[in-house]
Design a protein around this ligand. Sequence first.
Ligand code: SAM
Length: 395
Amino acid sequence: MFPQGVGYLEHLASGQTRLPNRLIWGENLAVMAALLPEYQGKIDLIYADPPFFSNRRYPARVGRNEDSRKPGEWKLAEGYGDHWVDLESYLDMLFPRLVLMHRLLSPTGSLYLHLDWHANAYARVLLDEIFGQDRLLNEVVWLYHGPSPIRSAFNRKHDTILVYTKSDRYTFNVDEVRTPYNDNTVKTFASSSKAGFGKIPDLARGKVPEDWWYFPVVARLHSERSGYPTQKPEALLERIVRASSNPGDLVADFFCGSGTAPLVAARLQRNFIAVDSQRRAVHTARHRLVAAGVSPFQMETASGLHPELDNSAAPVLGWSAEDVFFKHPGGELDYWELDLAWDGVIFRSAAQAFRAHRNDQLPERLSMQGVRGKRRICVRYVLSNGGEGQLSLFD
Ligand SMILES: C[S@@+](CC[C@H](N)C(=O)[O-])C[C@H]1O[C@@H](n2cnc3c(N)ncnc32)[C@H](O)[C@@H]1O
């Protein structure tokens, strides 16, 4: 369960102190302001999926193998809140963040702002003001289905994604996102070449997708499900990343939640910056990125935020010539990672162990193969209840 980590160590050992991929735990206004001197005009694509002004709490599901039809029995942990005094206070949160996103975007960059019926109309007015009315590229409607308790209105089963570009010279890779024509269209053209008013589409190449997209929500049986609330489907992000960025580009998500956007970006050979203010979100995103074995990334904490260190029963750390052993009697361990050359400042994750969603197993040993000379080991760990801690041992 550890080989992906080797890349981290090698990357850092090659003399580079800053990795291009960054996962940051922090309040995004402060983080974006701090990034501005280095990244102004440099981010090629921003996907933003903020709270929707729904006035609800979204707990995270941390239990495993539970019956989804019995919510009363679910094991829940803190997720994120979406509570506001009024619409004005919500828009006061959104506006300065959108302004910073606009400044961070490159001249050919695009912003995808993902909202729903609660606030999308107001956000569009803000974006018109910041980007200019003529910079609205698309109003994408994401359609999905699923159960709903609503009996006094139509079921609300779509979100709105407002797409704005920084200029009229924007990246849009139409051939990367073409979809097959539907069977009826193919049959019609097969029977009559005049069907398209004289224009015969290139059926093999596929069509340019409409601005309404159907992707199923991430449901209980989907392997991509992380347990983090309001997780967006990878397929949705894949279309966005493919259409509006190129390999090697920088993609940012300042409300990253479970990390869908950075994960998809990394898989498609883009670099990423991902930020979230919730510890659970950053932990989930780290877990997904590590499990997927994508490019190395750097974990950072914005100043002013410190992990609440776990103070339950003392964990046990030991090692042999081949491996490191770690156990936590005080709580259910969800994740642990190792720095094998701890310098006391920057944690370089060389190997990681995480509890697999499917079989609920977490390795208690991680390999130390290849480590020679004195060992300066540091372990960082996260418990299922959210507690975190760190422990180091030296030869
Ligand atoms: C709708 S969720 C994002 C879900 C994500 N797209 C995914 O696929 O998992 C919104 C996220 O924004 C985060 N958030 C809200 N306000 C924030 C802020 N001011 N700074 C950083 N993150 C924030 C929340 O903690 C939450 O994880």
